[in-house]
Ligand binder design. Structure first.
Ligand SMILES: [Zn+2]
Length: 345
C-alpha cells in the first residue's frame, strides 16, 4: 500500500488539508476558512475535522504521519507555534504534542514559507539542486532557504526573514515598523500602492478601468502590462528592479544553485524577468551572475506538499530535525498506541 501523509497548510484566512503520496502527488484535498479569531482550540478542532474528512475519502489509506506548515514565529524542533500575528490567541501552542496525542501519529511542524521551499525543492522548480532560495512575493515577501540539502533554520528557527532585510533607507514604513524593508518596497502590495498613487479614479487609465476606479492591485498592473499599457510596463520595470536588488543580496548571502520565485506576483514572472535579470547582472559580483532565477511550479500547493515531505522524506536530505525528533516522537507514538490498546482492553 502507498504510504501517505496528512498535510496541513494553516493560513490566517484559509486552512487547507491534503493526503499526499511520497512522490508528492496530492490524492485528496479539503479546505475551510480558518476560524482565526476564535483561538487555537477552535482551529485545532478544524484540523481534526478536516483530517476526518480526508480519511473518509480514503478509508484504506496507510497514513504514516502528519506534516504541518504554519505561520511563524514557531519552533519547529519543539513543535510550538509561538505567536503568529495572523492567528488570534495563539501563544506557545504545543501543536505537535496536541495532534500527536490525538492521532497517535508522528507530527512535524515547519514554518509555512520553509514548507513551501521544501515543496518546490523536492517536487517543483528546485528538484535536483543542493541549495536554493525560495522567495514568495504576494501581499508580503517571505521565503525559505535550502542550504546544502537542509532547510536553514538559524537561531530559534527564525532564519530567512527575507521580506525584512533592509534594502533602502526611504519609502513607506513596513508593518514591522522599519523603513526600507524588501517587503515594503517590492511586495505585490507595494506595487499596487505605487500604481494607485500614479493614477486617479476616473482618469480613464487602463489601470483604473481594470480596478473599476478603486485601488489598483498588483494583479491589475500585470494584466495592464500584458495589454501593452505603458504606465503598467514602467511599474513592472520598477518592481523588477527592486526584486533584482533583493535577489542580488540573496545570491551574495546564500550562493544558491537557484532562486525560485513564487507567490501571486509570480503570475507576472515572464514580464518581470528581463529587468530582474538586468539588475542582477549590474549588481551581483561576477561569480553569482549566472544563477538561474525561475518561477515556482507548485503554485499554492507547495506548502502542503512540502509539509507532507517532512513525514514522507524523513531521514532524507532536507530533514534536519529528524535526528533530534526521532527518538522523542517514536517513544511518543508507541505510548499513544499502548494507551489506545489499553483503552480498548
Ligand atoms: Zn519589515
Amino acid at each position: 500500500m502507498t504510504r501517505l501523509a496528512l498535510a496541513f497548510d494553516l493560513g490566517g484566512t484559509e486552512l487547507r488539508g491534503a493526503l499526499v503520496e511520497s512522490g508528492g502527488r496530492v490524492v485528496a484535498q479539503v479546505s475551510a476558512p480558518t476560524m482565526a479569531i476564535a483561538g487555537s482550540d477552535a482551529v485545532i478542532g478544524q484540523i481534526i475535522t478536516l483530517a476526518g474528512a480526508l480519511l473518509t475519502q480514503r478509508p484504506q489509506a496507510d497514513v504514516v504521519g502528519i506534516g504541518i506548515g504554519a505561520p511563524g514565529p514557531l519552533d519547529p524542533k519543539a513543535g510550538i507555534v509561538i505567536a503568529p500575528p495572523t492567528l488570534a490567541g495563539w501563544h506557545d501552542v504545543p501543536l505537535i504534542d496536541i495532534l500527536g496525542k490525538h492521532f497517535g501519529l508522528p507530527v512535524r511542524l515547519e514554518n509555512d514559507a520553509n514548507a513551501a521551499a521544501l515543496g518546490e525543492w523536492r517536487f517543483g522548480a528546485g528538484q535536483g539542486t543542493g541549495s536554493l532560495v525560495f522567495v514568495t512575493v504576494s501581499t508580503g515577501i517571505g521565503g525559505g532557504v535550502v542550504a546544502d540539502g537542509h532547510i536553514y533554520h538559524g537561531r530559534r528557527g527564525l532564519a530567512a526573514e527575507i521580506g525584512h532585510m533592509t534594502i533602502t533607507g526611504e519609502g513607506d514604513r513596513c508593518f514591522c515598523g522599519a523603513v526600507g524593508c524588501f517587503e515594503a518596497v517590492a511586495s505585490g502590495t507595494a506595487l499596487g500602492r505605487r500604481a494607485t498613487a500614479l493614477t486617479a479614479p476616473g482618469d480613464g487609465s487602463l489601470l483604473r478601468r481594470l480596478s473599476a476606479n478603486g485601488d489598483v492591485s498588483a494583479r491589475h498592473v500585470v494584466e495592464a502590462a500584458r495589454a501593452g499599457d505603458i504606465s503598467a510596463l514602467e511599474l513592472i520595470e520598477a518592481e523588477a528592479r527592486w526584486l533584482g536588488i533583493g535577489f542580488t543580496n540573496l545570491l551574495h548571502l546564500y550562493s544558491p544553485d537557484l532562486i525560485v520565485m513564487g507567490g501571486g506576483l509570480a503570475n507576472g514572472f515572464d514580464l518581470l524577468a528581463p529587468a530582474i535579470r538586468a539588475t542582477v547582472e549590474q549588481r551581483a559580483m561576477p561569480a553569482y551572475r549566472d544563477v538561474p532565477i525561475v518561477p515556482a511550479q507548485l503554485g499554492d500547493r507547495a506548502g502542503l506538499i512540502g509539509a507532507a515531505s517532512l513525514i514522507l522524506w524523513e531521514g532524507e536530505p532536507g530533514a534536519p530535525l529528524a535526528m533530534a525528533q526521532d527518538e522523542d516522537s517514536r517513544h511518543g507514538a508507541t505510548e499513544h498506541a499502548d494507551a489506545r490498546e489499553a483503552g480498548h482492553g
